[in-house]
Design a protein around this ligand. Structure first.
Ligand code: ZN
Length: 186
């Protein structure tokens, strides 16, 4: 297991659609454990493979003390929505109210290639939607209204990290706050 550096917004891997996993081998299991280790170290509540520079459809989460991972996910979203602050390990210190579905049924595979179904609501549903977006090259600021996105871009351009593209071995600083994402980037 190894902690990888987290790619920051501006790195092209974050806006690239990731490829499905085709071989469920030892390399995939190493990827899942690297993602888990890197997420816990940050610390964060979720991390997708593109965030460590691997363009494959895999992500992990750590929500309510439950670790999980999903490979090649497809999502079924509720019409009911939730609002709450959202952040991302690839956007240190940037947090905005982001609308998401309240519930999700995610189908995919575990790292051994066995089919799994994950049902989540509230924060787990938010994390799964956020991470699945990463696999499609979509980042959370893409989900904001035009007005909020403009404000976010201004804050990002003025941030210390913007332009560095990778954290280059150092963990981004994530502020802990008592909001619905529990202060953790995802
Ligand atoms: Zn993210």
């Amino acid at each position: 297991m190894a902690i990888q550096s987290i790619r920051l917004f501006g790195d092209p891997v974050l806006t690239t659609k990731a490829s499905p996993v085709e071989v469920f081998d030892k390399e995939l299991r190493t990827l899942v454990s690297d993602l888990t280790e890197t997420m816990k170290n940050a610390p964060g509540a979720g991390l997708a493979a593109p965030q460590i520079g691997v363009a494959l459809r895999v992500f992990v989460w750590d929500v309510d003390d439950e670790l999980g991972h999903l490979v090649n996910p497809t999502l079924d979203l509720s019409d009911e929505l939730q609002d709450g602050e959202e952040g991302c390990l690839s956007f240190p210190e940037i947090r905005y109210e982001t609308s998401r579905s309240m519930r999700v049924v995610a189908k995919g595979f575990n790292m051994h290639g066995e089919p799994v179904t994950i049902e989540g609501s509230d924060f787990l549903a938010r994390a799964i939607q956020h991470e699945t977006d990463h696999l499609d090259g979509i980042v959370f600021i893409d989900r904001l209204s035009a007005e909020l996105r403009k404000a976010a871009m201004k804050e990002i351009r003025e941030s210390e990290w913007f332009g560095s593209a990778t954290a280059a071995g150092q963990s981004p600083l994530i502020k802990v706050s008592p909001h619905s994402t529990r202060g953790l980037g995802i």
